[in-house]
Design a protein. Structure first.
Length: 339
């Protein structure tokens, strides 16, 4: 059942099936994970008997731990916890794969659109909520995120356990060189694209995104376009007008910090009208056919970059055309490559 302003009450009924309660709890867990882990860390800091261990832990993070740059510390049991199945069922999310993948090769998955916080990427690549390993046996995937996320104690270890690693160039290359099947997933549009996550639209920030294209050419990694229908429908977005003061403040924040937080509204735990939780709307994630890439020696030319980028964009547009009438019937416009 999807959230609907016209058909559903403002507040959640007192009696709801336990299944729905578990789904909401799973999404709430992920949405508050950073705040919860940070609060837990500061609480532990108030216990003086733990200070020696905390000091050692912080020194380890600051001076020695290279895991975020070397594929993280992924645990299969963490990715398979029941909470992630409940998480995917909340929306619900479904995975459609158009082709099998050769486990002897390496792949770079590009996830689009970014949405407000890329909830579909976690279900697809950051857990086994959608059975990625069964769909693509032999593909060892790492979902990449900002290095900043690995500066938060406890939280960093939790996301690494799920298979997340740093999106830095060095991290990408380290993972792709780990052997056959070692692959990465990148939410290509980044913070800029999150500012355009309006329901009923998919505006992709892709024209100037050549870093992952170059990475594919240098490492001979095949590109796999991934399009999530419904990712932008999970929240209402405010300040999307690029002439508004809100938008300008968000752009300034992005320039200084490297990331920004859009002004958005979803639903709450006990109401359907406002809050930070996403709305219950279906998300269909289509993983397209791989684009084979020949490894180039040295630095790729601009012509090589543009040629591969065009193939990639054409593949994304192809996915859109094949599935838009089924999974984006309520769209307000066609998919656009905006910048």
């Amino acid at each position: 059942m999807n959230d609907s302003h016209s058909k559903m009450p403002i507040f959640a009924p007192i009696s709801l099936p336990i299944k729905r309660r578990l789904q909401t709890a799973a999404v709430l867990f992920w949405m508050t994970a950073l705040a919860t882990c940070t609060t837990l860390f500061f609480y532990l800091c108030t216990i003086k008997y733990l200070w020696p261990l905390i000091i050692i832990y912080l020194l380890w993070i600051l001076m020695f731990d290279r895991a975020p740059e070397e594929g993280g510390r992924c645990f299969d049991w963490a990715r398979r916890l029941p909470i992630w199945r409940h998480y995917a069922e909340f929306f619900p999310m479904t995975l459609i794969n158009e082709s099998d993948l050769d486990p002897s090769k390496n792949y770079i998955f590009g996830y689009h659109p970014h949405g407000i916080i890329s909830l579909g990427a976690i279900a697809t690549f950051g857990s086994e909520a959608l059975n990625f390993s069964k769909r693509f046996p032999g593909i060892n995937i790492r979902l990449l995120t900002l290095q900043t996320n690995f500066t938060f104690p406890i939280y960093r270890d939790m996301i690494m356990a799920l298979g997340l690693a740093s999106v830095s160039k060095g991290s990408c290359e380290n993972i792709l060189k780990m052997g056959p099947g070692s692959s990465i997933a990148i939410v290509v549009g980044g913070a800029q694209e999150s500012l355009a996550a309006k329901p009923g639209t998919i505006d992709l920030t892709l024209k100037k995104r050549l870093g992952f294209i170059k990475l594919a050419l240098v490492n001979g990694a095949s590109l796999v376009p991934t399009l999530a229908f419904g990712e932008n429908d999970l929240y209402e977005l405010y300040g999307a007008d690029n002439k508004s003061k809100t938008y300008k403040v968000q752009q300034a924040m992005k320039r200084v910090l490297g990331w920004t937080m859009p002004l958005f509204n979803g639903r709450g735990v006990f109401n359907y009208e406002f809050g930070v939780l996403p709305r219950r709307k279906p998300v269909h994630i289509v993983i397209g056919k791989p684009i084979h890439v020949e490894k180039v020696e040295g630095s790729p030319t601009e012509e090589q970059l543009k040629e591969l980028q065009k193939k990639y964009i054409d593949a994304l547009l192809g996915i859109w055309d094949r599935y838009k009438d089924k999974y984006a019937a309520g769209r307000t416009q066609e998919l656009q490559i905006v910048e």
